[in-house]
Design a protein around this ligand. Structure first.
Ligand SMILES: *Cc1c(COP(=O)(O)O)cnc(C)c1O
Length: 411
């Protein structure tokens, strides 16, 4: 039996990512292919770099895409910046902090972690104290960790890192586009993301930006410059042990020399370009404000349904909320009913939160009033069906109140 062509069901993706893509991103992905060095292609790459300078809020020349999911960007940043034996400090406040630590370990770093309870973020003073104690060459810190919904404040961390001579890297996959991000003003040396959260695209391309200082580090570690030696040889700096994720080589491919490395993933480039174009066309601040409003409407909505919100709400990302599953409600069966009966997907949880909370996202294209209201109405119906006592219409009314107040304030 030969299956028919791909024909996915209609879904409203309201989980922690992936989310429903902007329609124009899907259209961009179906645009015709051109050759790798077609002037149209190199021009599209250059435009994409400039668009992402806007998204990241940076003047970094080294602003580009790594082909692969967000994890590809994370891995490229870490394996290219970290030499074997380097000390790397990872403050862990959720699942993705563990991922950064694990990738740094594979890069043969000496990894030091500090941890805080899930649902909390780190005060800058705690991070500084750890920097002083560990003396790392790199601080690797998640900005928004979808596993806990927390948004780690980064605005003071760059100054700390500069004071102590530490490179500062952040994984902004979950937060970029829906929360404030200032690559230059916050003193970031490297930041990576993905498309499938607030940027409103599919997974498969990882935007990255590098400061001049970070570029110097990765350039010095290209195989030829570094000399072809074994790791640990004190007579030469170690070269990057990955070919695909060697940012020095990837930079040469995106730079004026256009040295062949991989074949840029054409349709993903179109998608990434369109994600950034949508954001810069609407306005970076406007898009972040739209996420803030949708997030606040969802927050008030779930609370009005009587659901408890997990974690320190003052530090919650705009684009995702974790709600405690009410006692007696079977979490997985209720989520399945939401999908089967309403076509709406929300997220389950990992680690210590597994079975305890659902995660509901309002990101990218779905940071939208109708998506928020439809989700709350469906959630109310499903909760009632599984025996929870929920106030009729309460979630939708509370969310509408948030939107009405915002419209009045803007009028
Ligand atoms: C969602 C998310 C990722 C996802 O990585 P993929 O490789 O795209 O699956 C990475 N980091 C953070 C902080 C995330 O929230």
């Amino acid at each position: 039996m030969i299956p028919g062509p791909i024909d996915p069901p209609a879904r409203l993706l309201m989980g922690p990512g992936p989310i429903s893509a902007y329609p124009s991103v899907l259209r961009a992905m179906s645009a015709p292919l051109v050759g790798q060095y077609d002037p149209f292609m190199t021009e599209a790459m250059t435009e994409t770099q400039e668009l992402y300078r806007g998204v990241w809020n940076t003047r970094n020349d080294a602003t580009l895409l790594v082909d692969g999911t967000s994890r590809a960007g994370i891995e490229a940043a870490i394996v290219s910046l970290v030499r074997p034996g380097d000390r790397v400090l990872v403050p862990v406040f959720g699942r993705f902090g563990h991922l950064l630590a694990e990738i740094a370990e594979r890069a043969l770093a000496e990894v030091h972690t500090i941890e805080t309870e899930w649902g909390q973020v780190f005060p800058a003073s705690v991070i500084e104290e750890a920097i002083v104690r560990v003396k790392p060459t790199l601080l690797a810190l998640v900005q928004g960790d979808t596993s806990t919904t927390m948004n780690q404040p980064l605005d003071e961390i760059g100054t700390l890192c500069a004071r102590h001579g530490v490179l500062f890297y952040t994984d902004a996959t979950a937060s970029l586009g829906g929360n404030a991000f200032e690559a230059d003003a916050w003193g970031l040396d490297a930041a990576t993301a993905g498309l499938q959260k607030c940027l409103g695209g599919p997974s498969g391309s990882s935007p990255i930006t590098l400061s001049d200082r970070a570029v110097e580090v990765v350039q010095a570690r290209k195989k030829i410059e570094a000399g072809i030696r074994e790791p640990g040889d004190p007579s030469a700096p170690d070269f990057v042990r990955s070919n695909y994720f060697d940012l020095g080589m990837i930079l040469d491919y995106w730079g004026p020399r256009r040295l062949n490395h991989h074949t840029e993933a054409t349709s993903m480039l179109y998608a990434a370009r369109e994600c950034a174009r949508v954001m810069m066309f609407e306005g970076r601040d406007e898009v972040i404000a739209r996420h803030e409003l949708a997030g606040r409407a969802m927050l008030d909505g779930v609370r009005a349904l009587g659901l408890q919100v997990f974690g320190d709400v003052a530090h919650k990302m705009n684009n995702v909320v974790a709600v405690e599953i009410p006692p007696g409600v079977p979490g997985d069966a209720a989520r399945a009913a939401l999908l089967e009966d309403f076509g709406i997907e929300i997220g389950t949880s990992f680690g210590p939160l597994h079975g305890r909370v659902w995660r509901i996202g309002t990101m990218g294209y779905n940071a939208r009033k109708d998506a928020v209201l439809t989700t709350l109405a469906a959630l109310e119906a499903v909760l009632r069906r599984f025996g929870a006592a929920v106030p009729a219409g309460g979630g939708v009314e509370a969310a509408l109140d948030v939107y009405r107040a915002a419209y009045r304030a803007a009028a």
